[in-house]
Design a protein around this ligand. Structure first.
Ligand SMILES: [Zn+2]
Length: 434
């Protein structure tokens, strides 16, 4: 196959020759020999070529909530968003806390997925926070689990967190912490601040996140293990991470697209009215000052990666009164556009920086050898073609995801994923699933 006229990381136009799922040659545009007999030729039309995106934080909902999402629909959504690999979070039903369940998800991925699926293992049995799950058995299973998380819940017991960090060192695993001190956030509905005070909703203080991040950075340093912080949302968390990284500790962190763009005042006033649960998410949307701090931290590397926290929910769980609504937003199909809006259009990141934070580094944290590789001869042909000049009005009814809970409905966002290739096989062409 030849992919003509693409710009790697926004550089000069080139042609890519793909053979047996890998990039065989890269030549200046127009100089590649005509396609041999039966060779497929794809016109890239000057699109930017990025290494296939890798998400460290996706909720695929299977097994258990196939009404919200399945491995098939969730990975179709991922492919549409330019992803070639996702990590499937463990808070399914049953919970992915044994070798049996992670192998089940891994097999579903092999059979039905439109991108690579890497199951995340639970840290504690049933996400209950009382006893460690079979971390070693999950690591040794066919799923080769390296990322462990109770995401949705915090591992708040310091002794359990210490033991988990110690345990995963044996196989180079990482604990991904959902940092939320549960007692400080009992009944919390939105960011604690001026807006929550005006609306009379129970506040979710920044300190509940920051206290756990500080504790876990100290614990990870104490036992010499790898720690990853999920969905950082406050300026204070950024300060703690900056300090911890200055010590040389082995700590990484992610931010979601929505925390780079949206603020808590949308709960009070928005194009879709007040108290609209479309904005209800965990951790909550914060203030403009937090958004600015998160953008600066992603730009300077204090926050390492963007992860979607794609959290599909069916309509009945979302279109209800605020206090009863489920927390979370879908994000796979809009992530790259939101990052363009928040980080590229603002001059904070170039396309090489985007590739680092949405492909190269997430693959490294997840220890995925075949993903997140720079686009050069010999690399697997995991490729995302993206047209940053397009402008698209977000239409949830067109999503590949089974769920529609996007906060961007009706908004015009920059950019469009034109094509996605998984080891040379197109999963998306002309913006449509193959
Ligand atoms: Zn979470």
């Amino acid at each position: 196959m030849i992919i003509r006229n693409v710009r790697i990381l926004g550089g000069e136009p080139v042609d890519l020759r793909v053979v047996d799922g890998a990039i065989a040659a890269i030549t200046p545009a127009g100089q590649a020999a005509a396609g041999a007999d039966g060779e497929q030729v794809i016109d890239g039309q000057g699109a930017i070529a990025l290494p296939g995106l890798v998400d460290l934080h996706t909720h695929l909902r299977e097994p258990g909530r196939e009404d919200a999402e399945t491995v098939q629909s969730g990975t179709q959504s991922a492919a549409r968003g330019g992803y070639t690999a996702v990590h499937a979070m463990a808070n399914t039903s049953p919970v992915a806390d044994t070798a049996g369940v992670v192998e089940q998800v891994w097999r579903l991925g092999r059979e039905f997925a439109h991108c690579d699926v890497h199951p995340v293992g639970a840290v504690t049995v049933g996400l209950e926070g009382r006893q460690l799950a079979e971390l070693g058995a999950m690591a040794d299973s066919a799923a080769r689990v390296r990322v462990f998380s109770d995401d949705g819940r915090c591992v708040d017991d310091a002794v359990l967190m210490r033991r988990a960090l110690e345990y995963v060192k044996a196989f180079d695993g990482v604990i991904a912490q959902h940092a939320q001190e549960p007692r400080l956030t009992a009944g919390a509905q939105m960011n604690e601040g001026v807006v929550s005070g005006r609306l009379g909703l129970t506040g979710w203080p920044a300190v509940a996140e920051e206290a756990i991040i500080a504790r876990d950075c100290l614990l990870a340093a104490h036992v010499g293990s790898r720690l990853h912080i999920c969905h950082v949302s406050t300026a204070g968390s950024v300060e703690i991470l900056r300090w911890a990284k200055s010590k040389g500790w082995n700590i990484t962190a992610e931010v979601t697209p929505h925390h780079l763009l949206l603020t808590d005042d949308l709960v009070e006033e928005s194009p879709v009215g007040a108290y609209n649960p479309i904005y209800k998410v965990n951790p909550p949307l914060r203030t403009r000052a937090d958004v600015e701090a998160l953008r600066a931290a992603l730009a300077d590397g204090t926050i390492d990666i963007v992860a979607t926290d794609h959290a599909p929910h069916p309509v009945e769980d979302k279109e209800t009164e605020w206090s009863a609504a489920a927390m979370g937003m879908v994000g796979l199909e809009t992530a790259l556009s939101v990052v363009q809006e928040a980080m590229v259009e603002t001059g904070l990141l170039d396309w090489a920086g985007v590739a680092e934070r949405m492909s190269v580094v997430p693959a490294r944290i997840g220890r995925l050898s075949g993903q997140g590789r720079p686009l050069e001869a010999g690399a697997p042909a995991n490729i995302t073609l993206y047209d940053p000049s397009a402008r698209t009005e977000v239409d949830p009814s067109a999503f590949a995801s089974k769920s529609r809970n996007t906060p961007y409905e009706g908004m015009t966002l920059p950019g469009r994923v034109v094509a996605t290739f998984l080891r040379g096989t197109p999963t998306v062409l002309e913006g449509k699933l193959v």
